[in-house]
Design a protein around this ligand. Structure first.
Ligand SMILES: Nc1ncnc2c1ncn2[C@@H]1O[C@H](COP(=O)(O)OP(=O)(O)OP(=O)(O)O)[C@@H](O)[C@H]1O
Ligand SMILES: [Mg+2]
Length: 362
């Protein structure tokens, strides 16, 4: 992608601080070379509806915005500036990046004297995004205070974070199920031999639950309640002990608050189409994988990462429906961030998997 010499001159200065960012639809994680993952917060921002000013003097971002999410008054918007893995609101994404980069620097500052004013930043992005969208991520990071900006494909970072042998001549499959996107890739010799990216993941599961509860229980609920149902009683296959959960929402009929009891069986039914989409994406990727690499995947199995992979029973359903053993990465939600961290630690080893703005121009 670009020459080692150029890369070395840009990357191997010991006095520069390197920051890795998993800029997710649901969560943003920031790691610092030599330190580790120092920020893990929701990708949300609370702002004034009319003026678009970020609350708390610009600090109502991440955890602080999350605290306001469920019960914000009408004049406040709680927004997610990333949607389907890409920037939906440029200015707010930039403000959010600036806030998280600054926070990460403050946390690292206690440990290191060598901090640069404009850090070099490595950002993981979904493979399905366009050149224009990649450019927008780089611009947002530069305007948020980054020096040189490098991009890495999210599944590559996830695979590295999960400890898969990405550099070897061996096919490894990674499936990263996030909030906005599911990324499936077969990686060999530091490259993606086959990949599929669909804009269906955890958020889609929440939407399916909202639709189901409205249709069956005549109740309107918000995303936080839907997500709670998914995490607490959601599953991809039958549970040993089925569960129930009581929720409250607004009755479609009376417009008054009401309660309802929801079962794990019905949530499973509601989630089925999303789970099917994910399985289809895995099968499609296998179909376009060279036979030898597909045989490697059959031998070595499928690795799941991302928050959406935590849905109960998902690994067994994927194993059954593909005939390939599927397992969960260690700490799936931090896989991409740990991947960016590993790349920063050994840049010379990974230069092949990085993109810069020059690659996008060329
Ligand atoms: N225990 C759980 N069961 C099911 N889903 C979960 C669980 N924990 C988290 N999730 C879901 O994981 C998703 C967030 O995962 P993650 O942080 O990997 O996404 P992201 O990286 O921000 O998104 P993307 O990669 O699509 O931009 C959310 O939809 C969340 O509801
Ligand atoms: Mg992600």
């Amino acid at each position: 992608m670009f020459g080692l010499g150029k890369l070395l001159s840009r990357l191997l200065s010991v006095f520069t601080e390197d920051i890795g960012i998993d800029l997710g639809t649901a969560n943003t994680l920031v790691s610092i070379r030599g330190v580790g993952v120092v920020v893990f917060e929701p990708s949300i921002v609370a702002m004034h509806k009319e003026t678009r000013e970020i609350l708390l003097d610009g600090d109502a971002i991440g955890n602080k915005a999350k605290e306001m999410e469920d019960r914000a008054p009408a004049n406040i918007s709680i927004i997610r500036p990333m949607k389907d893995g890409v920037i939906a609101d440029f200015d707010i994404t930039q403000a959010m990046l600036r806030y998280f980069i600054h926070k990460a620097q403050q946390k690292a500052r206690a440990r290191s004297r060598w901090l640069s004013f404009r850090p070099r930043v490595l950002i993981a992005v979904p493979t399905g995004i366009t050149m224009v969208e990649r450019r927008a991520v780089i611009d947002a990071a530069e305007r948020a205070g980054a020096g040189d900006v490098f991009l890495i494909d999210e599944p590559m970072a996830a695979a590295i974070g999960a400890g898969l042998p990405t550099g070897r001549p061996l096919g490894s499959m990674i499936v990263d199920i996030g909030g906005g996107t599911t990324e499936v890739a077969v990686i060999s010799l530091g490259d993606m031999a086959a990949r599929t990216s669909i804009r269906v993941a955890g958020d889609e599961m929440d939407t399916a639950i909202i639709t189901h509860v409205k249709r069956v229980h005549d109740l309107r609920i918000g995303y936080p309640t839907a997500e709670k149902l998914k995490k607490e009683i959601g599953s991809a296959e039958g549970l040993k002990e089925e569960k129930k959960m009581e929720i409250a929402g607004i009755s479609v009929k009376t417009s008054l608050p009401e309660r309802a009891m929801v079962s794990s069986e019905e949530i499973r039914e509601a989630l089925r189409p999303t789970v099917d989409e994910i399985i289809k994406a895995i099968k499609r990727t296998l179909e376009i994988t060279r036979p030898e690499l597909a045989a490697d995947v059959l031998n070595n199995g499928i690795m799941l990462a991302g928050g959406g992979s935590l849905l109960r029973g998902l690994t067994s359903v994927i194993t059954r429906e593909t005939g390939i053993p599927c397992r969960l990465a260690e700490d799936p939600m931090t896989c991409v961030a740990r991947g960016t961290f590993k790349v920063l630690e050994k840049l010379e080893l990974y230069e092949q998997v990085l993109f810069t703005s020059e690659d996008l121009n060329g």
